[in-house]
Ligand binder design. Structure first.
Ligand code: G3D
Ligand code: MG
Length: 287
C-alpha cells in the first residue's frame, strides 16, 4: 500500500520560498494603490493615508522545468512620510528586495529617491535587489520628468526601471514578478540593526520624532513588528490621531490606548514602565 502511494507521488516537485519586499517612496506616489492593484486587481480611487506599515501577502506560482516554485511575497508598504526614520529602519529589517516608487507628475518624488530613500536604505541594507518605478504613467500630459531620467538613476544601482500605472494596471504585475523572480535565487540575507533605542532619545524632538519613537518602542515590546503594526494603526484611529499631523494631546491618548492593549500580553509592572517611558518621549517634544 505504502509502495503504491509512493509510486503515485508526482514527479514535479514544488519548492516554497518566502521573501520580503519593501515598497518605498514619498507619500501619495501610489505605493498602496500598486499593491492593491497587484493583489486584488482593483483600483480604488479613495485615498487613505497609510498609517504605519501595511503588510500584504501574495502567493505566486512560478512554473519551471521539472519543478514548480511557490513564492510567497510579503509586501511591506512602508510609511511614506519622511521623518519616521526609526519605524522605517525597523521595517527594512530582513528585507530581500525593494521597489522604489516615484510619481511622474512630481519631479521632487524622483529626487527624493536618491536624496532620502536610498541613503536611508544604504545605511541599513548592504545589497538589495531593487526595481525603480515611475508611477502614474496614465497622466502623461502632466509628467515632470522622462523615463530616461529614472533609468539613469536605476543603472547607477544595477537596477531596472519601469513605468507603471496603478490606475490602468500597466506593468504592475511585471514589476512585482520581475523582482520576485530575482529574489528566488538569493541565498543569504543581510540582517540589519535598528540603531535608535529609547536610551539614545534626543533631549528635544519634534512631534513626529516622538511618534516614531513611541511606535518603535511598542513594536519592540510586542516583539513582532508585522503583528504590532495593525494594532498600532487601530489605536491611532481610535484616538483620532492623524499620523500626518500628530498632536501632543492625541499622542497622549494613543499611549493610554497602547497600554490597555499591552496589558493583554505583558504584566502590569512592565506595562506601566513602558507607558511611563513613552510619556517621557512625549515630554521631550519641543513646543
Ligand atoms: P501612497 O501609498 O504612495 O501614499 P496612494 O499613494 O496609493 O495612496 O495614492 C495616492 C494618490 O494617487 C491617490 O489619489 C491614488 O488614487 C492616486 N494614484 C495612485 N496610483 C495612480 C496611478 O497610477 N494613476 C493615477 N492617475 N492616480 C494614481 P487621491 O486623489 O485619492 O489622493
Ligand atoms: Mg500608502
Amino acid at each position: 500500500m505504502v509502495l503504491k502511494l509512493l509510486k503515485k507521488s508526482p514527479k514535479v516537485t514544488t519548492r516554497h520560498f518566502k521573501r520580503k519586499v519593501l515598497l518605498i517612496g514619498d507619500g501619495a506616489v501610489g505605493k498602496t494603490s500598486l499593491v492593491r492593484k497587484f493583489v486584488t486587481d482593483k483600483f480604488d480611487d479613495k485615498y487613505i493615508a497609510t498609517i504605519g506599515t501595511k503588510v500584504t501577502k501574495k502567493e505566486l506560482d512560478i512554473k519551471g522545468q521539472g519543478q514548480n516554485i511557490l513564492l510567497t511575497l510579503m509586501i511591506w508598504d512602508v510609511l511614506g512620510q519622511k521623518g519616521y526614520k526609526t519605524v522605517q529602519s525597523a521595517s527594512f529589517k530582513g528585507a530581500d528586495g525593494v521597489i522604489l516608487v516615484c510619481d511622474f507628475t512630481r519631479v521632487e518624488t524622483l529626487r527624493s529617491l536618491e536624496e532620502y530613500w536610498l541613503p536611508n536604505i544604504g545605511t541599513n541594507i548592504k545589497k538589495l535587489n531593487s526595481v525603480f518605478v515611475a508611477n502614474k504613467s496614465d497622466l502623461k500630459t502632466e509628467a515632470q520628468f522622462s523615463f530616461e531620467d529614472l533609468q539613469n538613476i536605476a543603472v547607477k544601482y544595477d537596477s531596472r526601471a519601469y513605468t507603471s500605472s496603478a490606475k490602468t494596471g500597466e506593468n504592475v504585475e511585471q514589476l512585482f514578478l520581475t523582482l520576485g523572480k530575482t529574489l528566488i535565487n538569493i541565498e543569504t540575507k543581510e540582517e540589519i540593526k535598528v540603531s535608535i533605542t529609547p536610551e539614545d532619545m534626543p533631549k528635544e524632538m519634534s512631534v513626529v520624532d516622538a511618534t516614531d519613537l513611541i511606535i518603535n518602542d511598542f513594536c519592540k515590546s510586542f516583539g513582532d513588528m508585522e503583528v504590532a503594526m495593525p494594532v498600532i494603526r487601530k489605536q491611532f484611529t481610535k484616538a483620532g490621531v492623524d499620523i500626518t499631523n500628530p498632536t501632543i494631546e492625541g499622542l497622549s491618548e494613543v499611549i493610554n490606548l497602547l497600554a490597555l492593549v499591552e496589558r493583554d500580553f505583558n504584566d502590569e509592572r512592565t506595562t506601566q514602565e513602558n507607558k511611563s517611558r513613552r510619556y517621557l518621549m512625549l515630554k521631550r517634544v519641543k513646543d
